[in-house]
Design a protein around this ligand. Structure first.
Ligand code: NDP
Length: 495
């Protein structure tokens, strides 16, 4: 991109064809979009849960009608198979439906007990939208991931300004166009396009909250920029998800679903499996099964290709570095080798016995590369799974011990005897811990993220005891102490 360019192109990573040309929008345009969103906010908020539900229901419906067009744009911009793109749109629609249907239940006013001290008061919590939410999205799931913020923020009563990745602006603009066809007025949902600087402008604008998905490196910059204005932020970053396979697991199923978990979308999933820790008793069988299935996977753009090219070409350097490091450090290639990157495509690679301090094990690879290391027991598997800076998702395969093992993992989401499934469940929160970020999208927690709690209290009737006044009497003091004694004084347990 030329330094003073005013537009940029989105290209198909498989064919090099131009998908579309889009403006590079700077601070002025971003601030104007945020200002329009601020003006739209009051009317959108005033529509109430029911009014917004009707609009969001129309949005889900129009996207359902245009699912093929949307999927085709995703297919072209990311290179992923058309059927995967369609699955992605379908899941996004499901989240629009869930968020709008459940917003009033989750975010409606809640009366709370006032306790003995304040028994004459009526206590209430209201969930108040922030105003304008800025959403910064990634390219790997260019509609599913941002919709996890956009739909939930809109259903909560906020307006939204969305900055998509520079690799996937076309699908974002298409979504905006669909929205505009059903929106009751302008400014509720807008898309600003451009490069990282457009994202910077959004973080520095007068948004009430930012929801970011992308790398941990950029997330830290976003958090630092937001700190300047005390703008709260949700960070959905990368991961190094582990799969733990116990000796009593259904090995055939574990191999089949772990392969999808690791290699679908060319391994470009924040919740993709990158490491497997398999019990020694079943390790050979698991490896045999998964390698046999993986041999049949063919990357490509059309026909029966199971996954596409690397969407972001610079990622190929990271993948190559990890392959080289694994090879240098004694990892044994069960499938593929250090030459598995062919043009923009990466053929499936499975490596066993890779030292735990290799970059292939410690860093996010974001490619169809799977490390399989053997462990002597599941405690060792848990320790190794947790020994990473990331903490996004994990998967456990065991007939008897799944829940016990899952409870020991330091991460935001765990599947037992399945893979990826939590992402498709509207009611379940999505997000991580440690370097994988903080805050949640999806589910009731995802709706709550886009509001702040406002406490409201008022007297239901007056009593002669006024505790919060300079007129407080000695009698009131005595009552207070007596109440505390009744409520909290008890015999202290001996140590
Ligand atoms: P980034 O984290 O750099 O980008 C994510 C989004 O943030 C994009 O929209 C990007 O815009 C925008 N952005 C970039 N810089 C800033 C900034 N300073 N302030 C605000 N917004 C900014 O991810 P990349 O696309 O460069 O991918 C790098 C790596 O991140 C991947 O290889 C992968 O490891 C990880 N990743 C993880 C994802 C996940 O789902 N957790 C998703 C995508 C990537 P622009 O694209 O225009 O630069």
């Amino acid at each position: 991109m030329a330094p003073n360019a005013t537009t940029f192109e989105s290209t198909n990573p498989a064919t090099g064809e131009i998908v579309g040309t889009f403006p590079i929008q700077g601070k002025e345009e971003v601030d104007a979009a945020v200002a329009l969103a601020q003006r739209a906010f009051e009317n959108w908020h005033q529509l109430g849960f029911r009014g917004r539900h009707i609009v969001l229901r129309d949005f889900a419906s129009i996207l359902t009608r245009e699912i093929d067009l949307a999927a085709n744009l995703i297919h072209n911009e990311t290179g992923k198979p058309f059927s995967d793109a369609k699955l992605e749109v379908a899941l996004a629609i499901e989240h629009i439906g869930w968020s709008s249907k459940n917003a009033s239940r989750v975010l409606g006013k809640q009366n709370r007990p006032s306790g003995l001290f304040m028994f004459n008061m009526a206590s209430q919590v209201q969930h108040v939208p922030f105003g304008v939410v800025g959403v910064i999205g990634p390219w790997n799931y260019p509609i599913f991931t941002p919709i996890g913020s956009i739909a939930y923020a809109l259903a909560s009563g906020n307006t939204v300004v969305f900055k998509p990745s520079e690799y996937t602006p076309a699908i974002a603009k298409f979504i905006e166009e669909l929205w505009n066809r059903i929106a009751p007025f302008s400014g509720i949902f807008q898309v600003v396009t451009g490069t990282g600087d457009t994202g910077v402008a959004l973080t520095q604008s007068r948004v009430g909250k930012i929801s970011f998905t992308g790398s941990t490196r950029t997330a830290k910059k976003v958090a630092a920029a937001c700190a300047e204005n005390m703008t709260p932020v949700i960070l959905e970053c990368g991961g190094k998800d582990a799969v733990l396979v116990d000796q009593d697991a259904n090995i055939k199923k574990a191999a089949e679903l772990t392969l999808w978990h690791a290699m679908s979308n060319a391994g470009q999933s924040c919740i993709g499996a990158e490491r497997v820790y398999v019990h020694r008793a079943v390790s050979e069988k698991f490896k045999e099964e998964i390698v046999q299935l993986a041999r049949e996977l063919k990357p490509g753009f059309a026909g029966d290709a199971k996954y596409g090219p690397a969407t972001m070409p610079s990622q190929l350097k990271v993948i190559q570095r990890h392959l080289d490091d694994a090879a240098k450090r004694g990892g044994k290639f069960l499938l593929g080798d250090t030459n598995s990157i062919k043009g923009g495509y990466v053929e499936p690679v499975i490596i066993e016995d890779v030292p735990e301090d290799s970059s292939a094990v410690t860093e996010e690879t974001f490619g169809p590369i799977l490390i399989i290391n053997t462990v002597n027991n599941m405690d060792e598997a848990v320790d190794l799974a947790n020994a990473t800076g990331y903490g996004l998702g994990a998967s456990v395969w065991s007939k008897k011990n799944g829940k016990r093992i899952a409870a020991l993992l330091e991460c935001g989401m765990v599947s037992i005897n399945s893979a990826f499934s939590f992402a498709a469940v509207g009611s379940l929160p999505f997000g991580g811990v440690k370097d994988s970020g903080y805050g949640r999208i999806h589910g009731a927690e995802g709706l709550l993220e886009f509001t702040y709690p406002r406490t409201v209290i008022r007297p239901k009737f007056r009593i002669p005891l006024e505790f919060t006044s300079f007129q407080r009497s000695k009698f009131a003091d005595q009552i207070l102490v007596r109440l505390v004694r009744i409520l909290h004084k008890r015999r202290i347990r001996k140590k």
